[in-house]
Design a protein around this ligand. Structure first.
Ligand SMILES: [Zn+2]
Length: 509
């Protein structure tokens, strides 16, 4: 892309940012929230310490689903029981669904924590919004580099540090805070509310898909919209709305001569070597500009629309800061728009590793007898997992047959996750945009996620209702890592955001 266009882009985006800023200022000064939202906001502000206290109690439960040991499983059951109790106190009808047990590789088994299905209100005139969240967390130990005990919520400079604070206990509680505020003010809930809360998300959501299928025509039959709040904004201060995630297809390609390795002094020169075959295969997948070389792979990629282009231009991303915080000297692309598009709306191919190759220090003169290459393709709308599988296999077979190698090659796709994309003109997206304007005085960044989050696609496919991701956490919250936190501001304003969202949904539905 030429320097001229780059300039035009950045000028346009800074002009837009200025406009948004002006609009934000004008909005927040000229139209304060009207009743009952002003009362709702006031209540949330006045009760914020109570809301933080509840988060503290929830963070204190070591609901680690990754370590399959009875001690943590007990904590998970306790966590689900606390949430059940909390929802019942709000007047919700709660069904805590028993899911049997999980078989572990060692032969033992552990009980799976129940999934909570809850509902509040069933007025046929109101829309029904179902909130998905999870109450399990990634493992955390203070000696991993936590500055404080990960299970004791600590507030430092407005940041609430603790495991699960942002992923996902804080956002779940923010939704509950919003509901409880209407309750406390004896206000009619503007929408019917449903909850689906699980305790095994970090461990691959065991049993969730089966339950959603089973409940499709029961619990979910009245659900109109699904909201997930389990990802982050793109920036520290500007809210975002997420409308898509990339899928993924993961491949193994094995090239084999025999099971044992060879000595290069004894066999070097008279063999087709598996590593040489594999390097040629892997080398045929993607060029140095990141373009995937598999024939036909771009055929199904959705064309870029004008409307979409504008969304990218409006996004708030400091490229220089992004580059330096990633410690990357130079990306493949120079503009914010190109970088975001190649993370979100174009496929990418990554080579992950080679199993069976000599990877230790030293100079062992080995010829590996077999090697397995591992690579994956991040999929975007409207690519299809099985079509991609076919194209990859065909391409590798073509490349391999041209080498005339006497080795055997076997290709398998071991993981296939479809991409997810929502219609940003759905009612709930419009309602969320309005709520964000009211609470934060700005338009949201309309973002996608380059990673694969299967849950949204799962709901969309099985229930066939609109799914929206409405994140509350800031980009630096550090989910899954040491010193995970949620800002008090995000948690409290997030509770307001959900309350404002309920009211907007009632108006728009
Ligand atoms: Zn999460």
């Amino acid at each position: 892309m030429s320097g001229l266009r780059r300039n035009a882009f950045s000028q346009a985006s800074s002009f837009l940012a200025l406009l948004l800023l002006l609009e934000g200022v004008m909005f927040s000064s000229s139209s304060p929230p009207s009743w009952p939202l002003d009362k709702v906001f006031q209540y949330i502000d006045l009760h914020q310490d109570e809301f933080v206290q509840t988060l503290k109690e929830w963070v204190a439960v070591k609901s680690d689903s990754l370590q399959p040991v009875p001690r943590f499983r007990k904590e998970l059951f306790l966590m689900m029981a606390m949430a059940t109790d909390k929802l019942q106190r709000l007047g919700a009808e709660v069904d805590s669904v028993d899911l049997g047990s999980q078989q572990l590789p060692g032969g033992q088994s552990l009980p799976i924590p129940p999934i909570i299905l809850a509902h509040l209100g069933n007025d046929p005139k109101k829309p029904t919004v179902c909130f998905y969240g999870h109450l399990d967390v990634q493992s955390a130990h203070q000696d991993d580099g936590w500055l404080t005990d990960p299970y004791t919520l600590m507030e430092v400079d407005g940041k609430l540090y603790g495991r699960g604070a942002t992923d996902n206990k804080g956002p779940v509680l923010a939704w509950i805070n919003a509901v409880s505020t209407f309750r406390a003010l004896e206000q009619d809930l503007p929408v019917n509310i449903k909850f689906i809360l699980e305790g095994m998300e970090e461990a691959g959501s065991i049993a969730l898909e089966e339950l959603i299928r089973k409940e499709k025509d029961r619990f979910f039959s009245s659900v109109d919209y699904i909201v997930i709040s389990d990802n982050l904004w793109l920036s520290k201060r500007k809210p975002a709305l997420t409308y898509g995630t990339r899928g993924n297809s993961y491949f193994l390609v094995k090239v084999k001569c025999r099971d044992q390795d060879f000595h290069s002094g004894t066999f070097g020169g008279i063999l087709n070597e598996p590593v040489a075959d594999l390097v040629a295969l892997l080398g045929s997948l993607v060029d140095s500009s990141g373009h995937i070389l598999i024939p036909g792979i771009y055929d199904q990629v959705a064309p870029l629309t004008e409307e979409e282009k504008e969304m990218y231009e409006a996004i708030d991303l400091d490229l220089e800061q992004y580059r330096s915080s990633s410690q990357v000297e130079k990306f493949l692309f120079d503009t914010k728009e190109e970088i975001l598009m190649h993370l979100w709306r174009y496929p990418s191919l990554s080579i992950h590793g080679i199993e069976g190759a000599f990877d230790k220090p030293g100079t062992k003169t080995v010829i590996p007898g077999w090697v397995t290459g591992k690579f994956s393709i991040r999929l975007v709308p409207h690519m299809n997992v099985s079509m991609v599988e076919k194209q990859v296999k065909q391409h590798l077979e073509d490349v391999f047959s041209k080498r005339n190698s006497s080795n055997q090659m076997a290709i398998s796709m071991v993981l296939g996750v479809q991409p997810w994309i929502a219609n940003t003109n759905d009612t709930q997206y419009l309602a969320a945009k309005r709520a964000i304007r009211t609470v934060f005085g700005t338009e949201p960044d309309m973002i996608q996620d380059g990673s694969s989050i299967p849950i949204a696609k799962l709901f969309q496919d099985i229930i066939q209702k609109s799914v929206m991701m409405l994140p509350l956490g800031a980009v630096d919250d550090g989910e899954h890592s040491q010193n995970e936190k949620i800002n008090r501001w995000n948690y409290i304003e997030g509770s307001k955001l959900f309350a404002a969202f309920f009211l907007e949904m009632a108006k728009l539905h």
